[in-house]
Design a protein around this ligand. Structure first.
Ligand code: SF4
Length: 248
């Protein structure tokens, strides 16, 4: 029986820094909600409500009121208004909002499971289109992370459909806001293999942890471009003072 259910964000955090992953998902430490995170959630919430039929003004108000942090109302509005959606569009046949999936990463009975939420899913004449809303300040291609091909793999598995197109929609951009890609079977299989290999590696480490191996050895710190946003940066710096003094 696997120790945990995985998601794209869990796996990519482990890949980026095993120590940060350990703190968040094994020790289950509470992490502070940052303003960008709160804004991203509110944007997703407002879009979801509009797609479900709510008036835009009410959806913006509800999303802002539900936010755990005060938000910039104008920024929230600007981002939501950039989403190419129609009120109530999510109620149409073949369309789903915040579509949840949870499935094993292989036919092995002990295979770890992957779960995820797809912002907007559409079944169109035997093909699938799905969209992920992004509030990032920097754009990237669908091939630059495993998120979209992994979601495409999950959808192909559930619906037995091979033609699956995913879109990253960057809401801060006016021009070329969409990065759209139809995934080949190879793209999807590579993403599945990456997820399975990474999840199995974590599972093995969790077993060793239970057997008494030290956490620091199993889940080492790995400096990366997101260290400046890491809630454990001070703790990590103190623990690894020699390393950081050496590299600075
Ligand atoms: S500060 Fe960087 S290296 Fe240290 S735990 Fe956080 S992400 Fe990992």
């Amino acid at each position: 029986m696997p120790y945990m259910i995985y998601s794209y964000s869990r796996l990519s955090l482990y890949e980026e820094c095993p120590y940060h992953f350990y703190k968040r998902y094994v020790e289950k430490r509470e992490e502070p909600i940052t303003e960008p995170l709160a804004l991203g959630s509110a944007v997703h919430k407002a879009i979801e409500l509009i797609l479900k039929g709510m008036e835009k003004e009410e959806a913006l108000f509800t999303a802002e009121m539900d936010s755990p942090l005060p938000l910039n109302s104008l920024e929230l509005r600007t981002l939501v208004e950039k989403a190419p959606i129609l009120q109530g569009e999510g109620l149409k046949e073949g369309v789903e909002i915040e579509k949840y999936f949870n499935l094993p990463l292989s036919s092995n009975p002990n295979a770890p499971h992957i779960q995820g939420f797809i912002d907007l899913f559409q079944l169109i004449f035997g093909t699938i289109e799905f969209t992920d809303w992004k509030t990032n300040r920097v754009k990237y291609k669908p091939t630059e992370t495993k998120q979209l091909p992994l979601y495409a793999w999950a959808l192909s598995k559930i619906y037995k459909i091979k033609e699956i197109t995913g879109t990253l929609h960057f809401l801060r951009f006016f021009k070329n806001a969409r990065e759209r890609m139809t995934f080949s079977e190879e793209d999807m299989e590579n993403a599945r293999k990456w997820a399975e290999t990474t999840a199995n590696e974590i599972e093995n480490k969790l077993l060793l942890l239970e057997l008494g191996e030290p956490a620091d050895k199993l889940f080492p710190f790995k400096p990366n471009k997101n260290c400046k946003n890491c809630p454990y940066a001070a703790e990590c710096l103190l623990k690894n003072e020699k390393y950081f003094l050496g590299v600075c």
